[in-house]
Design a protein. Structure first.
Length: 304
């Protein structure tokens, strides 16, 4: 990686980056690239291009980029469940699962009889439950969704039991809940609030940290970090608990103690990141129009 492509703010960052690594451009030509997830069984990255209502695929074996699904329910975030099935959070208003035969199962589209806003990002806990965010980005305009009035009084973070369909509200005090991830041991839950967009310019642009209590509730919610440029959107953790977060000027890397230790500088606003490859040390970066990637010297976290 060229020196001008990263910024070391703390010596702890040097152990995360190989100075000889190179920022790769894997694909371009998107309107708003989002929701990257590595699928080991396919040796591929799946990600979303929301305004174009499609999901894309990059094949590690040959570097070929293809359309995975179109239309795609205005898909945004993606993750895998404990069985390796693709879970998608759709701005069209639902949470879906792609079955092994390619069929799609709707896991949730309403809460207490009211339509969800636009499920954004989510993570699967080791017990199989889905924890996801539901801001209004997909219903605020027709650009990345379908404009309509929200049926819900708040923009919530939910816990969903896929087998029963039971949903509970984990938090309802966000302006716009966005990216979400667990610490490696699942004792902490991190959730971004990007309310500075669409709602008010002086709104939140930070990541909050919660304690996971009893495996199905959260407490706390203090501000862990505030974005130094633009907003935090999606983020992922490495196996040592560092947070690799999208922002307005690249990927911000935070030590678990909250210190910003460095940045991977990318020439676009970043929406989301994901660790992938056989060793989970290839960092995929969704810029506004382009999918980037870089080899790092840490490994993405896995569920217990």
């Amino acid at each position: 990686m060229a020196a001008e492509d990263f910024e070391v703010l703390d010596d702890r960052f040097r152990a995360c980056i190989n100075p000889n690594a190179k920022l790769d451009v894997l694909a371009t030509g998107f309107r708003w690239a989002e929701g990257p997830v590595w699928v080991p069984a396919w040796r591929s990255l799946i990600w979303s291009d929301i305004p174009n209502d499609r999901m894309m695929r990059w094949d590690e074996t040959n570097g070929v980029v293809s359309t995975f699904r179109s239309p795609a329910g205005l898909a945004n975030g993606n993750t895998l469940d404990r069985e390796g099935r693709l879970i998608t959070f759709e701005h069209g208003g639902r949470v879906s699962r792609t079955e092994p035969d390619g069929s799609i199962t709707v896991l949730a589209d309403r809460f207490e009889g009211k339509r969800l806003n636009s499920p954004n990002d989510g993570v699967v806990k080791s017990d199989g439950t889905l924890w996801f965010t539901d801001p209004t980005y997909g219903i605020d305009s027709d650009y990345e969704g379908n404009k309509r009035v929200s049926e819900l009084p708040t923009r919530n973070v939910y816990r969903l039991e896929p087998d029963t369909g039971r949903m509970t509200v984990l938090a309802d005090d966000f302006v716009q809940p966005n990216g979400i991830a667990f610490s490696p041991d699942e004792s902490l839950l991190y959730v971004a609030d990007s309310g500075a967009t669409h709602i008010r310019p002086d709104g939140p642009r930070h990541i909050r940290r919660f304690r996971v209590v009893g495996g199905d509730r959260i407490e706390g919610g203090e501000i862990f970090a505030t974005s130094p440029a633009g907003l935090f959107d999606g983020f992922r953790l490495d196996s040592d608990g560092r947070i690799w977060a999208s922002s307005g000027d690249g990927v911000c890397v935070y030590d678990p103690d909250g210190t910003l230790i460095g940045r991977v500088l990318v020439p676009e606003v970043i929406a989301n990141v994901a660790f992938g490859g056989p060793k989970r040390n290839y960092l995929f970066i969704c810029g506004t129009t382009t999918l980037y990637a870089i080899r790092v010297t840490v490994n993405g976290a896995t569920r217990p």
